[in-house]
Design a protein around this ligand. Sequence first.
Ligand code: GAP
Length: 455
Amino acid sequence: MPATTMEQLVSLCKRRGFIFQNADIYGGLQGVYDFGPLGVELKNNLKAAWWRSMIYERDDVEGLDASILTHQRVLHYSGHEATFTDPLTDCKKCKNRFRADHIKDGKCPTCGSTELTEPRMFNLMFKTTVGPIENADNFAYLRPETAQAIFTQFRNVVDSTARKAPFGIAQIGKTFRNEITPRNFIFRVREFEQMELEFFVKPGTDMDWLEKWKDIRINWWIEQGLNRDKINVHRIEESELAHYSKATYDLEYEFPHGLEELEGVANRTDYDLGNHTRYQSELNLSSNVHENKESSAKLALFDDETKKWYVPFVVEPSAGVERGVLAVLSEAYTEEPLPNGEIRTVLKLKKHLAPVKVAVIPLKRNHTGIVQMAQTIKKDLLKTGIGRVMLEDSGNIGKAYRRHDEIGTPLCITVDFESIEKEPATVTIRNRDTMQQERILVSELSTYLKNFFMS
Ligand code: GAP
């Protein structure tokens, strides 16, 4: 049975060290979470899979790692200062605050009162002071999306790589939004990471690329273990589109709390590059572009056929890392009955996402010969490059298997008396999903594991 409630996941994540509430010893900072020893591995593996699919497996995408602190003018010309807002309403009775568009039947979600203030727009961007003197002018924003630095670095990337459209710039990094009502564990938080690609194409080819990227991204999520039947493709209504978008697909996933957005794939037109460009009058801009006399850049490409400059259109697949982690966890979480009537909890994560790839378990934690062999095997297996190999010397084999089932370790290797007493040396390997055990030669372990993890 897969995870049916968020509580099951929250409980597993805390118990096994995936995700903790931030500053919980002080009561917790709302909407902020920390990734624990296993969470950081899972998150890194998901990000590595995205990076690999975008940069290494393609020949038309470059990477970028830009700063979080963002110049005021960037977010002025991007339109975020004016429009990156949510409607806020207060309950006059219990004094709680809510997003007005999340309220049903005009009633306060906490106390049920109908006495709510008129909604007012609230800007979601965090500001911080830059330098030692605090005044109204010397602030920067913490970026509300990673995308803007890709646009402002467009000229530098093009000039240093000689790219021509179609090509993309990809980035993974922290993003901050002062959400009015963070909720549903790590689904809606105030600090999170995004995996964003800005893909620059010739105007006129943008809608075809939007379709292509929607399909590429659905397939990628399936490769991360998501069930296609739990992914819904939702075309956003024109009246609901973000200020920069001509067309957007939301890839929605059936999270334990309901069907909600996992990733957006948007046609951002020439809106961003156009707005950050100085020489706008020389360019045939198609969208709602504001005059910009502060930028020094011409964020355009030269078309060798028409011999004219043009501003490329942008297709943007943008996914949240935390929502990705939540989706793969809820998909992988399984409770299954064993023949003895017990229920085992197992995380059936894809191998490449598993935080620990192999646990090496000495059958007796105080037996020098067994422990030494386990240590040597662990060191040798690390050299295969398969990822984290862990020495699990809790001393109780049953508990060790249960723990590694729960954290999704695909293989457990046990070193026992036979391993040290008989020549040639052998160990047992237990498979997480089938629970089958087989005995194999220690000398064949590296090849066995390489084949297992590369397949
Ligand atoms: N650059 C486009 C952009 O930022 P978005 O739809 O606002 O578009 C993209 O965000 C993705 O970022 C979402 O699909 C979601 O996965 C993630 N995301 C957005 N707000 C979030 C939040 N408060 N907490 C966690 N993830 C969030």
